[in-house]
Design a protein around this ligand. Sequence first.
Ligand SMILES: Cc1ncc(COP(=O)(O)O)c(C=O)c1O
Length: 503
Amino acid sequence: MAAVTLDILALDRRSGVPLQRQLYRALREAILHGRLRPGLRLPATRLLARDLRIARNTVVAVFEQLVAEGYLAARVGVGTVVATLRPEALLHAPPAPRRSAAGTPPALSRRGAALAAVRRGSPDATPKAPARAFQVGLPAVDQFPIELWARLLGRRMRTPTRSALGYDYAAGLPALCEAIAQYLGAARGVVCRPEQVIVVAGAQAGLDLACHLLLDPGDPAWIEEPGYLGARGALLAASATLVPVPVDDEGLDVAAGAHAAPTARVAYTSPSHQHPLGVTMSLARRLALLEWAAHTGAWVLEDDYDSEYRYGGRPLGAMQGIDATGRVIYVGTFSKTMFPALRVGYLVVPPPLVEPFSVAMRHTGHSAPVAVQAALADFIGEGHFAAHVRRMRVLYASRQMRLLRAARRHGLVDVRPAEAGMHLVAELPSDADDVAIAARAVAAGVVVRPISTQYLGRPSRRALLLGYAGVPEREIDRGVEVLARVLQYGSRRSTARGLRSKA
Ligand SMILES: Cc1ncc(COP(=O)(O)O)c(C=O)c1O
């Protein structure tokens, strides 16, 4: 019997893994895979230790652990035997594969499968390195005053209050809610009390929370067409029925939405700077949307994700500020003004939703770490936030100019200036395959997002989104050069006719 056991128990003295751990694993594996059958008596610890040339204490410790875990049983007068484990079939199941085998979809729910498919088809979905030209949505993270931030965060970590170490503040640290309410009132015309501010782990968490709390499975919800994939994901996660509503020069086409889904429960929109087209929703459309929402009892999800970066034109305040009937849920984020990995965003909810949203925050896991919230309140309160945003506004305006100049130099004619935001839209002819072009660009080292992946239905235009905010100037020049080459190849193959000028 000991010989059988010894065959199984090969210990490797050079592996660096402690012998005790090796012996434990080997015995457990042998039991789980049926090589040591239930009822089998193991050799005495002294004999096993001698045969394996290890200390007896080591064997005793391993036996004790396996007995405690139920793999072995100590029987008086018999010794240590392999325990009978139920259900047996489970024990002999092959180990779970790390990834599902090719072609076998994992067993997701229909909702899960829809959610997991949202980013499919976008060649920029998994960029390899940060700050590559022209990644969309990434601010200049290398310009962030990280040492100052580390100091503020360190201070809050070193001297936390008792509550800051417990379960309090799931819906937001009061000091931060206060700072956000003040900032939004002054900068965006948002009308709210600090209690209406719910701090979440990024705008995505806020959208997810709002969609889960406001929609029942199957409820129709408007989504801008083309629109933000994060919003699409949040609506799909709540099992909403997505209703694409076109965006034109005035923003979301409210009449088209009311025609397509008059009883939608939620309308998602990014009115101050539509993602991805960059349009600002007109006042007439805002009023029409609010009127429809008040009339039907729908909720408007107003995503104000990058309102801080406006370089010209007359900014319109947030729609929340002109909402007299309390239908707007305002969504904001620090991802663009600080850095995305901070994962802090916020909702401003109408008074009747404060209680349910705050309570639900305890069960969603969407809260932001309290020390980070405290440091952020300091960062805002001490004036660093406003200073950083001012500096970035100047930098991004100049980077946009740089991109426009480089585009002109290389004959990319259909890249137009924008009054706001962090990316430009490079229009392509309507028959161009923007996904294929983007894939070639990615292969050549430039990340661009094809606009057609932002459409739920049939894309009505083809374009590339070029993020510039987080891209150093020289990278912008180099990126445009590469892109021009990719497009030249494309136009030779007549996929991108018209983007490049004849010159
Ligand atoms: C339209 C829109 N909303 C919100 C966000 C920010 O999301 P988060 O705060 O989850 O980083 C982004 C970022 O790309 C965005 O493009």
